[in-house]
Design a protein around this ligand. Structure first.
Ligand code: SAM
Length: 271
């Protein structure tokens, strides 16, 4: 599994180069796209097509090559195979046939965007592309809306305006949206701001809608109840009530779990 650059040729890793120059076969999502790149990198491997419409047949062909003793590298158009790209079924078939699947680390748009996002929380959920039909997209967004993790989406330029509008419709407008455009390329730009302002920001300059995008939305804020529980607990403790009594009263007032409040009060006492 060989990741290739997502825009900057210099991002090919040393190990990826060595593998691509050694193997007799490279399976590629689009041989017309990868051919010139591989030639530029000095690779003389023969190409075979492995895309989402022929994955089963490609898997059989690759297993045939491996059985004959050849190694096969898998590449996609850009970035890491199997990340919003074909390859997963192929990996499963190759492993089921008893061969080793060796993953190389390397460029991946989602990881690159996360590394520069400055998220509040270390947790994130990679979603990739949203459904293109607006009803399904809204339904998917509703399912994701309450998750406390940052959400990472991929989007193409011709849908960016619609997708950002859909995000702003379903999610709280105060949540932060990071728009990471053209990563590693000449016009790389990373914009961060409230989701509610993002559509206006995009339409203020058509250039902002060009290129490839990773969108990251900050996780949903904690439900108001939990915060009310914490606030009431804090007041009762500050007034000198013992931990168990404060947790019991805060639970009675706010409905937040007594155990949660009790554990929180103990944590506060220890710090
Ligand atoms: N497998 C790839 C990876 O590892 O990132 C992703 C392939 S997916 C078919 C293509 C999408 O990835 C684009 O529509 C865009 O959302 C995102 N993407 C790829 N390159 C990018 C870049 N240079 N800047 C921002 N997003 C990019």
């Amino acid at each position: 599994m060989v990741p290739t650059p997502i825009g900057h040729l210099g991002d090919i890793t040393q190990r990826a180069l060595e593998i691509l120059r050694q193997v007799p076969w490279v399976a590629a999502e689009d041989t017309r796209h990868s051919g010139p790149l591989l030639r530029q990198l000095g690779c003389t491997a023969r190409l075979l097509a492995a895309h989402q419409h022929n994955e089963e047949a490609a898997a059989q062909r690759i297993v045939g090559k491996l059985t004959a003793g050849d190694s096969v590298a898998l590449v996609v158009d850009a970035g890491t195979p199997c990340v919003s790209d074909p390859g997963a079924r192929l990996v499963a078939r190759v492993r089921a046939a008893g061969f080793r699947v060796v993953p190389l680390p390397g460029p991946c748009a989602a990881v690159v965007a996360v590394s520069a996002a400055g998220l509040n929380d270390t947790r994130f959920l990679f979603h990739g592309f949203l459904p293109t039909k607006s009803g399904q997209r809204t339904e998917t967004l509703r399912e994701l809306a309450a998750l406390p993790y940052s959400l990472v989406f991929y989007e193409a330029p011709h849908r960016i305006v619609d997708t950002v509008a859909a995000l702003a419709e379903v999610f709280e407008p105060s949540r932060t949206l990071i728009l990471a455009r053209e990563l590693t390329k000449l016009f790389e730009h990373i914009h961060s701001g409230p989701l509610g302002d993002a559509s206006a920001w995009l339409s203020a300059d058509p250039n902002r809608q060009r290129g490839e995008f990773v969108l990251i939305v900050d996780g949903a804020p904690a439900p108001e109840d939990d915060r009310t529980g914490e606030r009431v607990l804090r007041l009762l403790l500050d007034d000198g009530l013992p931990v168990s009594q404060a947790a019991r009263l805060a639970h009675a007032i706010t409905g937040v779990s007594k155990n949660t409040l009790y554990r929180l009060a103990l944590e506060w006492r220890q710090t």
